[in-house]
Design a protein around this ligand. Structure first.
Ligand SMILES: *Cc1c(COP(=O)(O)O)cnc(C)c1O
Length: 379
């Protein structure tokens, strides 16, 4: 896409800013004031008054006059314990996984380097490539949102990407990939000297984690990094992501990390949450139970619903033969929900495979009931 020619209307200093940046749109956050917010895979539960008070005391005592130091190491140790970090692996922290995704692209920015990921997928993989000046190759999923193994392997052999991303489960489809397919992709990417990054942002809601495979077969995973985040777990506002991989490999990525990328407040909040991990685990159980309820209810309303291993559900709106097309119906249902103060994500235009699709974040039982009622009225 060509950037618009802005040179005549703006002061000369703008000519110093990359054309592709000037042609971009900033990441759009939907206005959600007064809405039931089911658009961004946030955990719907806020902290109890008791935990709020306890966290407030903890944060008040943090040495905000000092650069982050020993507490960061405490957090890394706590996370290593929490995930039972496999032997030989190390862990680094990011200001959300988004920062880690940028750092991975930065570290791999050699001439001709590229990033490859299935589509539809998480937008930051393509964004990190664009901003770092790397090529981005996407490989379409099958129409039922599984990996197209033959197409993935062919694209990896053709493009020899520096980085292959596999979100496990995937956003926006909520899918866990077939294990044999994953293994083949990891092997073929490794055979051409590429890195594979497995992004487990939705791990709290998934039946499986690839960390178990990395633990069981370290020999097959020397070129594999695994990312997680506390965002979907329940701390989206805190900004804390982490990445795990073979110690020597991870150390190279840690060199491009800004020295104080995680604040003392982020770190203290994350430590606090890990000390109360059972509270968040109970919330994840409730969200998974609500997910099952929603899947049934949405199918009963004639939506096409894909099984989800995340805290969101991808649906395709029902259409009547001879009626409006799926994208039109999706737009109408989205607007109907919004008019009823329910905010979801209309992903219909994001990728041709998503035509007519909405992505619904699982909320509290009450929010989910409100959403279902609003959906019935909007159809
Ligand atoms: C939400 C999300 C992230 C980003 O998480 P942050 O830690 O909040 O930056 C990364 N990957 C996927 C697939 C996501 O959906």
């Amino acid at each position: 896409m060509n950037a618009p020619d802005l040179s005549r209307s703006r002061p000369p200093v703008f000519a110093r800013i990359r054309d592709d940046v000037q042609g971009m749109h900033a990441y759009a956050v939907q206005d959600s004031a007064g809405m039931v917010k089911l658009d961004a895979m946030e955990n719907p539960y806020s902290l109890s008054p008791e935990l709020q008070a306890e966290l407030g005391r903890r944060l008040g005592a943090v040495a905000v006059n000092r650069y982050p130091g020993a507490r960061i190491e405490d957090l890394k140790r706590a996370l290593a314990h929490y995930i039972d970090l496999p032997k030989g692996q190390a862990l680094m922290l990011g200001n959300g996984s988004d920062e880690l995704i940028s750092l991975v692209a930065m570290a791999c920015d050699l001439p001709g380097a590229s990033i490859l990921a299935p589509a539809p997928g998480f937008v930051m993989y393509a964004m990190s490539a664009q901003l770092q000046g790397l090529a981005f190759h996407s490989v379409d999923l099958t129409p039922d949102f599984q990996l197209d193994e033959a197409a993935m392997l062919a694209a990896i052999r053709e493009h020899k990407p520096a980085i292959t991303y596999l979100a496990y489960p995937n956003n926006p489809t909520g899918t866990l990939w077939d294990e044999a397919t994953m293994k083949n992709i990891i092997a073929v990417a490794g055979a051409q000297g590429g890195l594979v990054v497995i992004d487990e942002a939705y791990q709290p809601f998934a039946a499986k984690t690839w960390l178990d495979r990395m633990r069981a077969e370290p020999g097959q995973h020397g070129h594999v990094l695994l990312m997680r985040t506390l965002s979907k777990f329940g701390l989206a506002g805190v900004r804390l992501g982490y990445m795990v991989g073979p110690a020597a490999l991870l150390a190279e990525f840690d060199k491009v990390r800004p020295p104080y990328n995680v604040s003392v407040l982020n770190a203290e909040c994350a430590l606090f949450a890990l000390e109360h991990a059972e509270v968040f685990a109970a919330q994840a159980r409730e969200i998974k139970a609500q997910r099952a309820m929603l899947v049934d209810a949405l199918r009963a309303l004639s939506f096409t619903v894909w099984d989800s291993e995340a805290n969101m559900i991808l649906v395709r709106v029902p259409t009547l033969a001879g009626g409006a097309g799926a994208p039109q119906v999706a737009a109408r249902v989205f607007a109907g929900l919004k008019a009823r103060k329910i905010l979801v994500k209309n992903v219909s235009a994001m990728h041709p495979l998503l035509a007519g699709c909405l992505r619904l974040t699982v909320g509290t039982p009450q929010e989910n009931a409100q959403m279902l009622a609003a959906l019935r009225e909007s159809l």
